[in-house]
Design a protein around this ligand. Structure first.
Ligand code: ADP
Length: 163
């Protein structure tokens, strides 16, 4: 049984994240998409942890191998407790590399038996980030091409102040 964890803040999930999820599902029997309560990269999220989980669950509804979970605490402890063999991360550009490299080596130091696997998305998603999508949505731009429909609806609702 090959089980991997894909951790991230997913604030909200984008088509780039989804692309990485589909690629990981081809390599593993099960994929736990773990939504981080605290993330080194993000000091504050637009969506609460429960909202981010709900959006992810809708986006991954038809993907049988995927389970969505809350990640609170150290990633390697969570991965060990789940019995995971690997951590999946997405690499978009060289700019991602330094942070990802440092984190992968630190995780390996703490848990040598869990491998970090980097997956590259389709070229058209390499410029995509949750941060840029939120920026566009905040300024009134269309984000349908960048995030799944459930995230488009959640962004519209959140930014119109209904949530
Ligand atoms: P972001 O960096 O967009 O704020 P996260 O912290 O949720 O997103 O990222 C979780 C993981 O997904 C990281 O490994 C990140 O590099 C990767 N990722 C984010 N966006 C993309 C994308 N468009 N294509 C591939 N991987 C991505």
């Amino acid at each position: 049984m090959r089980l991997a964890i894909y951790p991230g803040s997913f604030d909200p999930i984008t088509n780039g994240h989804l692309d990485v999820i589909h690629r990981a599902c081809r390599l593993f029997d099960e994929l736990i998409v773990a939504v981080a309560l605290n993330d080194q990269k993000h000091t504050s999220c637009l969506f609460s942890i429960d909202e981010r989980i709900a959006i992810l669950e809708q986006a991954c509804e038809g993907i049988a191998k995927v389970r969505v979970a809350k990640l609170n605490g150290l990633l390697v402890d969570f991965a060990r407790a789940c019995g995971a063999n690997a951590i999946v991360r997405g690499l978009r550009a060289v700019s991602d590399f330094e942070f990802e490299f440092q984190m992968a080596l630190m995780n390996r130091k703490m848990e040598p038996d869990i491998e970090t696997i980097f997956l590259m998305p389709k070229e058209e998603y390499t410029y995509l980030s949750s941060r840029i999508v939120k920026e566009i949505a905040r300024l009134g731009g269309k984000v349908d091409a960048f995030v799944p429909a459930c995230a488009v609806r959640a962004l519209a609702k959140k930014l119109s102040g209904k949530v």
